[in-house]
Write a protein that binds this ligand. Structure first.
Ligand SMILES: [Zn+2]
Length: 348
């Protein structure tokens, strides 16, 4: 699974006061990390140049503390990309995505304490409980893709997590495959959703050129370890005329001020804005065919957890509407579809 990857947007957080056991849930067989494991196991490395424009000029953007480490983000002085530097090493990211803390939000049987609230908010706590919202979201994304790619097309989802989008693609008649870093998520998708998921790291995957009609990457707009490298790999794997589709959060959108600490998380390696994401795609030879505000199917409880607003969560629970399905425009979050040129440029 790519970050936060990866993957897939942040899940529903169940902030129970009692421990809960989910039979057959995600993460049962994966490692049990404690907070101290995270603190001692993660490493950082310098990022010499901007992923979008290769500039070496940057200014400090913000910093935050997670697991007794200080995380720093800088802003490129040329294209405005904000990125983590020094960044988590690839090995550290992989460890995070295969930890139970990441998928369940906590790694022990104790009720969450106030000090663990940050980990709860950052993780995919009880990911599978968001099933109806995730399927509604997935069908909406399939509808967007279908305007540019007909059913029957061969589609790869990078960082597919449990495979809800793959299930929606399959239902709509597409030939869908996913790749996922987390063994637990891949197994969940295969067994519960009956979808084709390959376990592995997309960056390491050898794909014959021009293998897919479409490649998608949902909820991992900030999470690839080297975004230029990963997107280049995707472009190579697309056939001429193929579609790359993903969503991203515009870090410089005015609405960010209303969104609290949303996405300011340890595994956010970079943050696009509307201008530099366009620049990156154009530099890879892609033409943008759709760039629109994304709508999300969710519930009040998830909104409260993702924005760190506990008062909203309390109010929704008091009114008994915490799980009612909502379709909300996510201001500052965009659905982007880009096309590889139908006919490769020929040299004369
Ligand atoms: Zn730059």
């Amino acid at each position: 699974m790519q970050v936060i990857k990866v993957a897939s947007s942040l899940g529903v957080v169940e902030n129970q006061t009692e421990p809960q056991t989910i039979q057959g849930g995600i993460g049962e067989e994966i490692c049990n990390w404690s907070r101290s494991d995270w603190t001692s196991s993660i490493d950082f490395e310098e990022v010499p140049t901007c992923y979008v424009c290769a500039s070496t000029k940057r200014i400090p953007a913000f910093e935050k503390s997670f697991f007794d480490h200080s995380f720093h983000w800088v802003r490129c002085s040329d294209c405005g990309l904000v990125f983590q530097s020094p960044r988590l090493t690839k090995e550290s990211l992989d460890l995070i995505y295969n930890s139970e803390l990441y998928w369940h939000g906590r790694s022990d049987a104790n009720p969450p304490s106030a000090e663990s609230a940050e980990e709860l908010r950052l993780g995919y706590n009880n990911y599978e409980m968001g099933h109806p919202y995730r399927m509604a979201q997935a069908r909406q994304r399939v509808r967007a893709l279908s305007r540019h790619l007909p059913p029957g097309s061969r589609v790869l989802e990078v960082g597919c997590a449990a495979g809800f989008f793959l299930a929606a693609l399959k239902q709509a008649g597409y030939d869908a495959t996913g790749i996922e870093l987390s063994a637990a998520m891949a197994e969940y998708g295969r067994s519960r959703l009956d979808v084709d998921i390959q376990l592995g790291d997309f960056d390491q995957l050898e794909i014959p050129p021009e293998s897919y009609d479409g490649i998608t990457a949902w909820g991992c707009d900030s999470n690839f370890h080297d975004v230029r490298e990963t997107y280049s790999h995707m472009v190579e794997a697309l056939r001429p005329g193929g579609i790359l589709a993903f969503n991203y959060f515009d870090f410089d959108h005015p609405a960010r001020i209303l969104q609290g600490s949303f996405k300011q998380v340890y595994n956010a390696i970079y943050y696009f804005n509307r201008s530099n994401v366009t620049r990156l795609l154009n530099s890879l030879g892609l033409e943008i065919v759709s760039h629109s505000t994304e709508f999300q199917y969710t519930c009040l409880e998830e909104v409260a957890s993702m924005t760190g607003r506990r008062g909203l969560q309390t109010l929704a629970r008091t009114l008994g509407i915490q799980r009612s399905m909502l379709r909300l425009p996510i201001v500052g979050s965009y659905l982007l579809l880009a096309r590889k040129p139908p006919h490769p440029a020929r040299r004369h």
